[in-house]
Design a protein around this ligand. Structure first.
Ligand code: TRP
Length: 338
């Protein structure tokens, strides 16, 4: 029975404050999936990845704390899920070096994040590598180490990350080939087909990089304010409104039951006022989040408790990473004289 259990692993880069888009698109589905008995779930705070994008120490630290508290407040069960901080597992950096020594530079040249940075530079007639660090360039290798270290079968990610999981397969396969053994499981990317993507306050995709988000656990008052800021058109109360062309409806849908969605569709057709629709949206979102918000506020005030949970997770993860690393050192010829 347990031989069928699939290892599912994913990482969350610790920059920014979790928002409704993260919740609907990643956190809620991942927590639901972790309750499946056929799944051995690994979830980690990717703080090494954060350093690629953010060199503000206070911000990295704060974001790591907020993200840890968020997942726990929303019901991630650390008894069930191996929940850890990437930087607590020293073997990940060691493995990154092993993999760097066999990952093709040409493969990294094709990585989207690097290519986008080069294209931006070229568009501005800059040196193509202006502002590109080795961290950004070789980031897929670090991600491959995250995944291969724990022999993940499946890696749930957003569409933009599929390429990285494919690179991890490629690199893992290369290691297996060169060192003649089935050391690494070759992971598969998993993109949920109905993963909702929310639109942000300004009409673009809700994303921390656009600064257009609704934070998940801001106070009730602020949540109400944020929801009031969602962009709408100028249609008056009484004028029929198109639900398929409304951010208010889109967010409503992500939180509502099918019946509630139908009711709201009807109200749009009948010309509900924007203020009224936003009020209903607020109530719906707030009802789903209120309890978790309380737990979040408690946890964020108890950093030592959070730390203890993460250390227990690191201990559990180390039970895999330490012996596996010893085996990999042996494989590449780094071993004691005897
Ligand atoms: N790079 C991923 C992101 O930005 C986060 C991440 C880091 C990750 N390591 C991972 C995801 C390993 C899955 C597996 O979203």
């Amino acid at each position: 029975m347990s031989t069928q259990r699939q290892r599912v692993l994913t990482g969350i880069t610790t920059t920014g404050t979790p928002h409704l888009g993260n919740y609907v698109g990643a956190i809620r589905p991942a927590i639901a999936a972790s309750k499946d008995d056929n799944v051995d779930s690994f979830l980690f705070l990717a703080d090494y990845h954060a350093l690629i994008k953010c060199q503000d120490p206070a911000a990295v630290h704060q974001s790591t704390r907020e993200i840890a508290a968020t997942w726990l407040a929303l019901g991630l069960d650390p008894e069930r899920v191996t929940f850890y901080r990437q930087s607590d597992i020293a073997e990940i950096t060691e493995l990154t070096w092993f993999l760097n020594c066999l990952a093709a530079k040409g493969l990294m040249n094709r990585a989207h994040a690097y290519k986008a940075a080069v294209q931006d530079n070229e568009a501005e007639s800059q040196d193509p590598d202006f502002g590109v660090t080795m961290g950004l360039f070789s980031y897929p290798v670090l991600m491959a180490a995250d995944i291969l270290m724990f022999n993940a079968d499946r890696v749930p990610v957003g569409k933009d990350q599929i390429q990285h999981v494919e690179m991890a397969r490629d690199i893992g396969q290369r290691f297996n080939h060169i060192y003649k053994g089935q050391y690494f499981t070759l992971p598969k990317a998993e993109v949920g087909d109905d993963t909702a993507v929310l639109t942000g306050l300004d009409g673009r995709k809700m994303s921390k990089s656009y600064g257009n988000t609704i934070p998940l656990f801001e106070t009730e008052k602020k949540l109400k304010k944020s929801i009031n800021k969602i962009k709408t058109n100028l249609l008056e109360p009484g004028e029929p409104k198109d639900p398929n062309d409304s951010n208010v409806f889109e967010i409503y849908k992500a939180f509502a039951t099918p019946d509630q969605i139908e009711d709201m569709r009807q109200k749009f057709a009948e010309g509900i006022a924007w203020g009224e629709a936003k009020k209903e949206l607020f109530t719906l979102v707030n009802d789903e989040l209120a309890e978790a918000r309380e737990r979040y506020n408690e946890l964020i005030e108890k950093p030592t408790e959070l730390e203890a949970i993460l250390q227990a997770g690191a201990d559990r993860a180390s039970k895999t990473s330490k012996p596996f690393m010893a085996e990999l050192r042996e494989a590449v010829g780094i071993r004691a004289f005897k």
